[in-house]
Design a protein around this ligand. Sequence first.
Ligand code: F3S
Length: 413
Amino acid sequence: MKTTLKLTDEEQDMLGGKYGKTLQKAMQIIVGLGTIYDAERLIPVTSAQVAGVSYDNLGEAGLSFLESLAAEGITSRIPATLNPAGMDLKNWQALGIDADFAEKQLRVLRAYERLGIQTTCSCVPYLIGNQPTYGEHIAWSESSAVCFANSVLGARTNREGGPSALAAALTGRTAEYGYHLDQARQPTVRVIVESTPSSHTGFQTAYYGVLAKLISKKTAQAGKKGIPWIEGIDQISIEELKSFSASLATYGGQALFHIQGRTPEADLFPPPRQTIKISNLEVQKEIQRLRNVVKDEIDFFTLGCPHLSLREIEKIAQLVKGKSVNVEFWLTTAREIKQAADQQGWTEIIEQSGIKFSCDTCCVVAPIRGRFKALATDSLKACYYGASKHQLAVAALSIEELIDLACSAGGKS
Ligand code: F3S
């Protein structure tokens, strides 16, 4: 491959095939991207988050590509974690996954394991030990996690695809372009938020998902799709930032935002001149619009997009204690987070209500097409993909409303 990138001797050897075909392929991906985006050099990365795990998305071609890469025995050079799979790796039968799918999904996991990727299967690596610090260069490929890492942690990553994040894990390199550079992190539009949530519970995840959706829509309408510099958000918790990041990345494709007084790079920049406003009325209208589903038709409830934090599980346990639901209701989270909830006794309280944990996966990447008619969730990202991928009617509600509704729909409260 011809490139104008300046490569070190070791990088040149990888590209030339000295270390085998797997590293050669990986380096071709990195160099290819660097060439397209006019990078001058490659830089070391300290962490990777690899998407492209669900067999529902990968199919047979993806599985055999991974198995061919894994055959050579090359492993990741840096700590690397994995995005959600298509099923709970232990409890898949109880959650209605068929055996053929499960067999293929487990082969995908074994291939990643042989490539030295930690099979964490979560989209919140930053809550389970893969938490980069300010200024670290990383290669992540989960859009919600990318947006969170860039904006909230101040780490530096482009929106990698699954193959390029895997290539970065194997080579320990990425091309230096985009969000790795100072100039690409400057805000492009000032956003004045004139709306506040009804209360500061720290769990207003649906509200912040709606707010992020409106910000991405309005910045696009104004021709200023890019990096918002946001003022008017006084209090926002990690869980709310997680939801906000997922929604902004989904509806606007954004990978970075700054919130005055809250995110680490906001004060490095003056507010951009071009300004848009988000009024309380607009937010309330959108919240109402997203409730416009016939409640009796909702046959699938889920929380955990992005995966639930331990604090969210505690909150859910408090809300469902002594209640019961008879509808299909999944909580999706990382297995490590559920294990911590087990120790606190929260899992037992939740499972007694009839709500199920579905670890390692989520409602978007699991093969649920055709199983349900209407989805209720607190996640604007799940709404988007529930409608577009699974053809579901969708409703976005707060965590409290969702649990109230599930209890009244399915049983006694
Ligand atoms: Fe995570 Fe699945 Fe949502 S990967 S961000 S829970 S779509």
